[in-house]
Ligand binder design. Structure first.
Ligand code: HEM
Length: 453
């Protein structure tokens, strides 16, 4: 965006090695690398780095991040990193662009409206209670591994809220088939060494098999819904009924399939990871844990489980979740490709340049967050939140491509947290230090083990 005519100063370049640039420094510890860049170049507001043979500009401050994702968002596309995701997500919301994305977002948005989500909250609470029942059986004097236990429950919740609870056995096969497909796709994104397209490697054959299975299951469900015309309280139903205000058209079966696989993929791993981090942080901070439990006790009284309305009435548990998402935002970095030139004060970028935006960097900036590594939910007390730049905190991205599932995720995390804390005491495993591993999402490197009693 042309905001000033002052002379252009080049964006600082972080020095690196010939050819490989900063790749080694990045690979050694991406988070420490980003924090160093923030410290050394924060006053310049952005820095150019070269990772994997591609020069990109990392935005270090909320204002410039806002310009890219919101004010001048039309100047930025998804870039090449989304091409692999397209092979299995097709043209769903995460990977599509331009007019198709705009149309799909318009169609899908109402399904994520607060009132619609309140219906899904019942399923979330029901699944949270069933989860706590399962945990009670395994927690006998040994720590629970929440890195896997949270995936178990978020997988069930996303499958049920998307496809409904009436699928019976099919629900499990669909959930397993989708999880397999996700597994292959994530490997393909993370693994930089790939055989040429025409080589039929075993993993490609598995990928194709998983794709066929998922497609058969989803198309079968869509067909039977269209045939019977039955109404259900799930996201598939809401998307099936969605029609474009301008054209009156609904979604084709293929488009519906792409959206369902996208929502499934975007909608469980991230929430599972955040839940694991939240429980880890609470187990490490008994004072904060007890305050959260006191709020739950005061709200629920003698009742054994919350209602959908209760979730909104527990602000401290929301603050805990927000603070956990600040320290460990699962979407720690987002990439864009500039379509045309853009101007940021006296810095400028040209067309066709890579841009990185990092919730992790913004959330650990001491200029916005004093003592940034310290876990303190009080930061999200309403009076303190008012003074911050809106983009100092962006675990769900921002602008028109803001995560469509943000309220869904927060509601689900609250349901899980409240049910769990109401039922159990959490105790840390002595000496366990969990560090972050930035893969596609920011995962715990060590298993998050916690005692329940
Ligand atoms: C804690 C949980 C979650 C986090 C941290 C998270 C984070 C994000 C972020 C940062 C983006 C923006 C990516 C970008 O602009 O490049 C995004 C997009 C998206 N998320 Fe989430 N997400 C979460 C949960 C969910 C859930 C539960 C769903 C669905 C049920 C979901 C569906 C999506 C979709 C469809 C998009 C693409 C939206 C678009 O471009 O129109 N996410 N998410």
């Amino acid at each position: 965006m042309e905001t000033t005519h002052s002379p252009i100063r080049p964006i600082p370049v972080h020095p690196g090695l010939p050819v490989i640039g900063n790749t080694l420094e990045y690979l050694r510890d991406p988070l420490a690398f980003f924090r160093r860049l923030q410290r050394d170049y924060g006053h310049e507001r952005m820095v150019r780095i070269n990772v994997g043979g591609r020069a990109t500009t990392l935005m270090l401050k909320p204002e410039e991040t806002k310009q890219v994702v919101q004010e001048n968002n039309r100047n930025y596309g998804r870039g090449k990193s989304f091409a692999i995701l397209k092979t299995f997500l097709g043209n769903g919301l995460l990977t599509s662009e331009g007019d198709l994305w705009r149309k799909q977002r318009r169609l899908a948005q109402p399904a994520f409206h607060r009132q619609k989500l309140a219906i899904l909250a019942e399923t979330m609470i029901e699944e949270a209670v069933a989860w706590a029942d399962r945990l009670e059986k395994v927690a006998d004097n040994k720590p629970v591994n929440f890195s896997t236990a949270t995936t178990d429950v978020t997988l069930r919740i996303v499958t049920k809220t998307l496809f409904g609870s009436s699928l019976g056995d099919q629900l499990d096969s669909l959930s397993t088939a989708l999880a397999n497909l996700n597994h292959f796709a994530i490997n393909a994104v993370v693994n930089p060494i790939r055989a040429p397209k025409w080589v039929p490697t075993p993993s490609k054959r598995n990928f194709e098999r998983a794709t066929t299975q998922v497609n058969n299951l989803i198309f079968g469900i869509i067909e039977s819904r269209r045939k019977t015309g039955e109404t259900r309280d799930d996201l598939l139903d809401m998307l099936l009924r969605a029609t474009d205000e301008e054209t009156g058209e609904g979604m084709s079966d293929e488009q519906l399939r792409d959206e369902m696989v996208t929502l499934f993929t975007a909608g469980h791993e991230t929430t599972a990871t955040s839940m694991a981090w939240t429980l880890y942080l609470l187990a490490q901070h008994p004072g904060i844990l007890q305050r959260a439990k006191a709020e739950i006790r005061a709200t629920l009284g003698e009742r054994s489980q919350p209602s959908a309305d209760d979730l909104r009435a527990m602000p401290y548990s929301s603050q805990v979740i927000n603070e956990s998402l600040r320290l460990y935002p699962p979407g720690w970095v987002m990439s864009r490709l500039s379509l045309g030139p853009d101007r940021f004060g006296d810095h400028a970028i040209a067309a066709n340049e890579g841009v990185l935006l990092s919730p992790y960097v913004l959330h650990h900036d001491p200029a916005s967050w004093p003592d940034p590594e310290h876990f303190d939910p009080e930061r999200f007390a309403p009076e303190l939140s008012k003074e911050r730049h809106p983009y100092a905190y962006m675990p769900f991205g921002g602008g028109p491509r803001l995560c469509i599932g943000n309220q869904f995720a927060l509601m689900e995390m609250q349901a899980l947290l409240i049910v769990l804390l109401h039922r159990f005491e959490l105790r840390p495993v002595p000496g366990l230090q969990v560090t972050a591993q930035p893969l596609i999402s920011l995962r715990p490197r060590q298993a998050v083990q916690i005692y329940l009693s």
